[in-house]
Design a protein around this ligand. Sequence first.
Ligand SMILES: [Zn+2]
Length: 231
Amino acid sequence: MTIAAQLYQLQEIDLAIESSEQAVNQIASQLGESKAVTRAQAELALENQRLEELGHQQRSAEWEIDDLVAKLAIAEDKLYSGEIRNPKELTNFQHEVEGLRAKRSQLEDKALAIMEQVELATASVASRSSELKALEVEWRSQQQQLSKDMEQLKTILSELNHKRQQLLAKIDPQAVELYNELNKQKGTAVAKVEQGICCGCRISLPTTDLQRVRSGNLVQCNSCGRILFLA
Ligand SMILES: [Zn+2]
């Protein structure tokens, strides 16, 4: 194997390592808390709180009604008992009883409105709960898949690194130094030669360079400086 071929192999491994590392980072950023789940939890908590408040309102409205109904019963008893003989007093008392009845009907309307809100909030809590459950199930299975992918990637990475070490041990250190230098400068150090053209910069190579590459020499492209590799 020519040095250029070894360096090309090294470059392939390095590119594979780079993309695997990117994939690892990508997965790492997706592992952990889910924004959608957190948001759904917060929304459900708010809705539950609202439902609880409505429950308080409902109970206090019911107590108010019970209170008023009891008062009204006493007042009505008194009104129809014939106790009040003074006509003016009787008229006043009748007004008072009518006032209590109007208040009762107002309170009943209020209690009804609260009850409707309680029903709506209860339904909303139920649907949000099931949405949250579905999100959590989806999130858990996604996390499991991500963890599996991560494990696989780590295995691949350690294999690639092992291969890299083995290959490095076989390549002339000076060539490796050149490779590293070019890698830093250009992103890729080795360029394939296809139909007499350097694939790194798309420039036609002089015949003499092509011949030297063919004979297995380490040749750099005149134009971009990359190490030329003829497959
Ligand atoms: Zn070139």
